[in-house]
Design a binder for this molecule. Sequence first.
Ligand SMILES: *Cc1c(COP(=O)(O)O)cnc(C)c1O
Length: 231
Amino acid sequence: MSAGTDDLAARWAQVRRRVDDACREAGRAPAEVTILPVSKTFGPSLIRTAVALGLYRFGENKVQEIREKSVALADCGIDWVMIGHLQTNKVRDVARLASEVQSLDRLELAQALHGQLQQAGREIDVLVQVKTSNEPSKYGLPPAELPAFLDALREYDTLRVCGLMTLAVHSAEADEVRACFRLLRVLRDQAVAQGHALPRLSMGMSDDFPLAIAEGATEVRIGSAIFGARA
Ligand SMILES: *Cc1c(COP(=O)(O)O)cnc(C)c1O
């Protein structure tokens, strides 16, 4: 069941508190970690309630949903963040409607997005999604390809590359999950040593965000813990 509008405020406050606790546990300041509410599958009315709580940035994993919700919520001034696998033939709407893409994982996509952004006269923030687990179902750039990929992205000046994103392995073993997050941080540190500015690490979801925060996440993407279980 999705959260009713009454308890959305309570859930949001509880998630923020748990994130703050995880920060303190990791010896970090709570202000270092942003929460990206993930509103995928939830309808405009619940999102409108979240906007009334002061939230204005929402993660979505389907272009179709961004398209529909940006119409229904046009008056809300929402920043839509694309976090799902993106097909090259759908970049036109993303270039028009998204404020940011966290799932940039191949050069063909960068090229297509850049072309559409140039036409739209826009620039957007992007994170490079890296595949840190061996699960075949997960998308992302293979870690070994990251240095060359970051160098190649310098050519696309409509894409402001701000950091890296990953999904950890789905596992009950905390060590395995944590290793994915650690790998992303190490890759970031190596890229920074190579001269890239990559302040952001988007990693951690409802079930694993404390581990991500312990490994240096600057942003956690939280869906079900805020909005309720998805159908
Ligand atoms: C759905 C989704 C999330 C949020 O997942 P929850 O477990 O509901 O917090 C985070 N990141 C991505 C890429 C997602 O698709």
